[in-house]
Structure formats: structure tokens, C-alpha cells
Design a protein around this ligand. Structure first.
Ligand code: ROI
Length: 164
């Protein structure tokens, strides 16, 4: 029997009505065979952090899911979803319709050229850490330790809840 893993996925969009895009991606994610969504954070909005400054604000969320898919397999499904949702290749860190990242996959550490888990920027990004903390306040992460400690060290107050 294949064992389920608990994985956390980050979602982000800053094009074509970002709230609609993130909502759609969450629905589509839950329909993939081998994935079930356990919990979803609220939606947060913030200016683009760490990329070209002249782009629209982002909407971000984090989902906890149970999956029987391997990390690589899960990554492939996320990339397929991104393409189906109309994402095209643009400049690095440029605007995008939807971005789906594996943040964590159980206790696994993966360090391959094209694929790192925990996500290589996880520990620096308020738009990931804050929604993650909302749904998993007690999380202890491989490589990084307590999530609460990382959240405490953030000096960003740029994240706002999306009211709906
Ligand atoms: N900034 C925010 N606020 N949200 C994102 O999802 C996001 N994604 C990115 C870059 C451009 C680094 N900045 C972001 O890829």
C-alpha cells in the first residue's frame, strides 16, 4: 500500500483576475487523482516581492494536501495545471497567471538541479510563510526548524488579507 504524504503547496497569481485564478487552481488541484486537499489558507495580497517592481500586486494562498503521488509526480501535475490554466513562459520572476510550488513534502529534502524541497525561497517569503503559518502554526520544517521562528523574524507588513 502506498503511504500518503502531507504536502504544502503555494499558489500565486498577478494576472487575469488573480482571485479567480487562485480559486480555480485550488478547485482543479482537488480534482487530481491522488490528491486531496485538507486545508486552504485565506487569500493574501501583496506587492511583488523580489522580482521586477513594475508588475501588479499578487494574490497568494497555501494549501495542505494529502497525496499518494511522489514529489516528482506531484511537480509534474502542478506544471500541467499551470499550463492548462494558460501560463506561458515569461521573464524570471515576471507576472504570471498562476504559480504552483511545492513548499514542503513531509519531511523530505530534495536537492536536485531543477527541483528543491523545501522550496528554495520558502524561508524568505512573507507571502508564503504567513499563509502557511495560518494553517500550520506548529510546523517544524526540514532545514529550517520552527515555522513560528521564521514568521517572528519577518519585518514585512505588506501582506493584506483579501476580503471577500
Ligand atoms: N511576490 C508576491 N508578493 N507574491 C508572489 O507570488 C511572488 N512570486 C514571485 C515573485 C516575482 C518573486 N514575487 C512575488 O515569483
Amino acid at each position: 500500500m502506498t503511504k500518503d504524504a502531507l504536502a504544502y503547496i503555494g499558489l500565486g497569481s498577478n494576472l487575469n483576475d488573480p482571485v479567480v485564478q487562485v480559486t480555480y487552481a485550488l478547485e482543479a488541484l482537488g480534482e487530481i487523482e491522488g490528491i486531496s486537499i485538507l486545508e486552504t489558507s485565506q487569500f493574501y495580497t501583496s506587492p511583488a516581492m523580489g522580482g521586477p517592481a513594475d508588475q501588479s500586486d499578487y494574490v497568494n494562498a497555501v494549501a495542505a494536501l494529502k497525496t499518494v503521488l511522489s514529489p516528482r509526480n506531484l511537480l509534474q501535475k502542478l506544471q500541467l495545471l499551470e499550463r492548462l490554466q494558460g501560463r506561458t513562459r515569461g521573464p524570471r520572476w515576471g507576472p504570471r497567471i498562476i504559480d504552483l510550488d511545492i513548499l514542503l513534502y513531509g519531511d523530505r529534502i530534495i536537492d536536485e538541479k531543477d527541483f528543491q524541497v523545501p522550496h528554495s525561497c520558502l524561508h524568505q517569503r512573507a507571502f508564503v510563510l504567513i499563509p502557511l503559518f495560518e494553517i500550520a502554526p506548529d510546523l517544524i520544517m526540514p532545514n529550517h526548524g520552527k515555522l513560528s521562528r521564521l514568521v517572528d523574524s519577518l519585518d514585512s507588513d505588506e501582506l493584506q488579507l483579501v476580503r471577500n
